[in-house]
Design a protein around this ligand. Structure first.
Ligand code: FPP
Length: 249
């Protein structure tokens, strides 16, 4: 059993569409309600002293949704950033985006840049928004960077290790995620941080993202605390080393 706090939490915020449908509202109303739930989990992470929170706001695959939904999501991103970033900055939160931002409109790219620049020196919660992100894209991008380095003679093929590969991925300066939360009932990773999730504890809940409450956050943290993180070792080895570190063995 571990009683430690997750340092890095990542979230697939699923279920906005179904939340809206249940209320006979357009899907975008679900995404708007989803923004409120995102604000709430940011507050919970700040209160719980979590180091980093990474949310999946828009996947590389989401472009294939109906054009009207994609464009209302883009508008929502711009309005949300305009409305929220100053408040995040006041709370010493650093905002960063991961993913291929070049496909976004010039206006959204500018908002992203402004948000990152304004909050760049903040030392509180590291809040990362994955937008036009995919885990496979991340790994391809890392591979391209490495090949370019090899081509320029800055790196030798023999120097490629898990560590040097990992350094080229998004969020390489943060600890890998401890806890993955997916709302909305599906049990999939959906091309989120594929490399980084190798040893992450995976938590799935049927709660739809707009309904994800303070209590749901607490339940996820309690579930995490009940997990035994083995990193490939046996349960006995983990228990022995935890007894040793507590002076019990
Ligand atoms: C998945 O639910 C949700 C999305 C694709 C969008 C999530 C975006 C937000 C909550 C806005 C956050 C904004 C910022 C700037 C952080 P779904 O539409 O797939 O739901 P369904 O499975 O019920 O159809």
């Amino acid at each position: 059993m571990s009683d430690i706090q997750p340092e890095h939490i990542v979230v697939v915020m699923d279920g906005n569409g179904r939340w809206a449908k249940k209320r006979h509202l357009p899907r975008v109303a679900g995404h708007k309600a989803g923004v409120n739930a995102t604000r709430k989990i940011v507050g919970n992470c700040v209160n719980a002293n979590v180091l980093a929170l990474t949310v999946f706001a828009f996947s590389s695959e989401n472009w294939s949704r109906p054009q009207a939904e994609v464009s209302s999501l883009m508008t929502l991103f711009v309005t949300t950033l305009s409305a929220e970033v100053k408040k995040l900055h006041k709370q010493n939160i650093r905002v960063r985006f991961i993913g291929d931002r070049l496909r976004f409109s010039a206006k959204l790219q500018q908002k992203i840049k402004d948000s990152e620049e304004l909050t760049a020196d903040n030392t509180g919660l590291q809040f990362n928004i994955a937008a036009n992100y995919g885990g496979r894209w991340d790994m391809l991008n890392a591979t391209r960077n490495i090949l370019a380095k090899v081509h320029k003679g800055e790196m030798r093929v023999e120097d490629l290790t898990e560590d040097s590969f990992g350094e080229q991925l998004s969020l390489a300066d943060l600890p890998v995620p401890d806890l993955f939360i997916r709302t909305g009932g599906e049990k999939r990773i959906s091309n989120f941080l594929l490399w980084q999730l190798a040893y992450t504890e995976l938590y799935f809940t049927d709660t739809l993202w707009p309904d994800f409450s303070d209590n749901d956050f607490k339940l996820a943290i309690e579930w995490y605390r009940g997990r035994q993180r083995r990193f490939g070792k046996t349960g006995e080895q983990v228990n022995d080393s935890s007894n040793l570190s507590q002076g019990l063995a």
